[in-house]
Design a protein. Structure first.
Length: 193
């Protein structure tokens, strides 16, 4: 009995660290609504954006992530095309505002970059995962301490993901991949606007 209990505890602990293989939100689903402050301290509400425009929501890990910075820069380069197609781009991260500022410096982002305090938005979208302890140690060896960058001890990061939400509030496009190197591209986003 102890052995079964031990295996059950091990299984639970492993799954609590695991990233979901696929997005829990699918095309056609009603998108979770959210609000958070952007880099300028303005409250951004998804419901307000959707009154006039489609919404592109991009989750990224932090300013310390070169793949995130490259991706956000790529999206910035195509911002005019997104606007022309009637869409507002918003990036979401668990990193604290001072680090959001660093992201903006690195990517020249002119779109709202939101601090997802307490990972509320990540949890609504089901993109959050707990960084395993062995990776926490490895990250710290590279100078990345999530307790500092995110301002809490929960060790949560988002799976980098992109959602396009139509003005009707329904999801039109999902790019979600546990491989942090795999990201949406502007061409695919534009095809779904």
């Amino acid at each position: 009995m102890k052995r079964i209990f031990g295996l059950l505890i091990l299984l639970i602990s492993l799954t609590s660290y695991a990233q979901r293989e696929a997005s829990s939100i699918k095309v056609g689903d009603k998108a979770p609504m959210f609000e958070a402050k952007d880099q300028n301290g303005n409250l951004v509400k998804s419901s307000d954006i959707l009154k006039n425009e489609q919404l592109i929501v991009v989750f990224y890990r932090g300013e310390w992530c070169p793949y995130c910075n490259k991706h956000l820069s790529h999206l910035q380069e195509n911002l005019g095309k997104f606007k022309k197609a009637g869409a507002q781009l918003v990036a979401v991260s668990p990193e604290i505002p001072v680090n959001v500022d660093k992201t903006i410096e690195k990517t020249n982002a002119e779109y709202p970059v939101l601090f997802d305090e307490n990972s509320k938005i990540m949890k609504k979208y089901g993109v959050e995962f707990m960084l395993p302890e062995h990776l926490q140690k490895r990250y710290k060896n590279y100078g990345v301490d999530l307790s500092v960058t995110n301002g809490n001890n929960d060790q949560l990061l988002p799976v980098p993901a992109t959602y396009i939400i139509g003005k009707d509030g329904k999801v039109k496009y999902v790019q979600y991949d546990p491989d942090y190197k795999s990201r949406s591209n502007a061409k695919d986003i534009l095809e779904h606007l």
